[in-house]
Design a protein around this ligand. Sequence first.
Ligand SMILES: C[S@@+](CC[C@H](N)C(=O)[O-])C[C@H]1O[C@@H](n2cnc3c(N)ncnc32)[C@H](O)[C@@H]1O
Length: 204
Amino acid sequence: MKETEKIKKRYDRISKVYDWLEQPMEWMMFEKWRQEVSESLKGKVLEIGVGTGKNIPYYPEGAEVTAIDFSGKMLARAKKKAEKTGKTVELLHMDAQDMDFADNTFDVVFTTCVFCSVPDPVQGLKEIRRVLKPGGEAIMIEHVRSEKKILGKLMDLLNPIPRTIYGANINRRTVENVKKAGFTDVQVKNLTGDIVKKIRMKKS
Ligand SMILES: C[S@@+](CC[C@H](N)C(=O)[O-])C[C@H]1O[C@@H](n2cnc3c(N)ncnc32)[C@H](O)[C@@H]1O
């Protein structure tokens, strides 16, 4: 898919400076949320869009974690982080829109800031549903388009900037996409205004 190749290349390109660019956001908010999510990781766990491995230091002991990313260069950095922290994780080069895992494989699937850039988000979310075991849970921390009138429109207007630099969209309606992908048991908590959300969905 042409679009997928384009976004993958953007993450390859940004990989060297990604941690540095994101650091202020880490200090302001993400560090504590990564820690909070890690408490729910039990059993067979899949992280989608592992990036440079920012969540790896928080993986709890005892969880059997597999992590994927479609950018080889982001993944290479995640590998270094895993080595440095001594965490055991199976890192795989894979597209979230078409995963190699069998149906009903994982107890927990989680993402942090990923579905802003998955080229076909509904397809990626359908894949999450497929690979989750019945009763399994997906946990996502994602930034989305504000539903406030002026802010939402501003996000639409500014979206081409991050999209061109990163491959990330700031105007995705991820909660809507989760429902389009077939999840019916969905809980949403606002973390920063209505822009950063914690979304939990169970596979029945
Ligand atoms: C904004 S970064 C977030 C990285 C990491 N989750 C974090 O919290 O720092 C988005 C990541 O998702 C990956 N990604 C986007 N679409 C993907 C897809 N279809 N399959 C696998 N990885 C994908 C990108 O390559 C990138 O590493």
